[in-house]
Design a protein around this ligand. Structure first.
Ligand code: HEM
Length: 69
C-alpha cells in the first residue's frame, strides 16, 4: 500500500500492468481485489477476485499492516 504498482525489482510484470500507472491506495486495491482484470485489462493475475466487500476489507486491513517496500 502506498507503493507504485509493478515497481518491485525482480518480478516479470505483464506489459498491461507495468504501464497501469497505479499507486496502491485503498480504493485501487479494493478494485484490484474485486476483479483484477477489470482494473487492469490484460493483467496476468489470474484471479477471479473476492466478491465479498467484507472479505476485501479484511485483506486490505492486513495489507495496510505490511511495510512499504
Ligand atoms: C487475495 C489474494 C491475492 C492478493 C491480495 C493479491 C495481491 C496482489 C497485488 C497487490 C499485486 C500487485 C503487486 C505489485 O504492484 O507489485 C499482485 C500482482 C499479481 N498477482 Fe496477485 N494477489 C492475490 C492472488 C493472486 C493469485 C491467486 C494469483 C495467481 C494464481 C496471483 C498472481 C499475480 C500476478 C501474476 C501478479 C502480477 C500481475 C501482472 O503483472 O499483470 N495473485 N497481486
Amino acid at each position: 500500500m502506498g507503493s507504485k504498482a509493478a515497481a518491485k525489482p525482480g518480478f516479470a510484470y505483464s506489459p498491461a500492468f507495468a504501464k497501469s500507472g497505479i499507486t496502491w491506495d485503498a480504493a485501487r486495491m479494493d478494485a484490484w481485489l474485486q476483479r483484477p482484470n477489470a482494473l487492469v485489462p490484460g493483467t496476468t493475475m489470474v484471479f477471479a477476485g473476492i466478491a465479498s466487500a467484507k472479505a476485501r476489507a479484511d485483506v486490505l486491513a492486513y495489507l495496510q499492516t505490511l511495510g512499504k517496500q
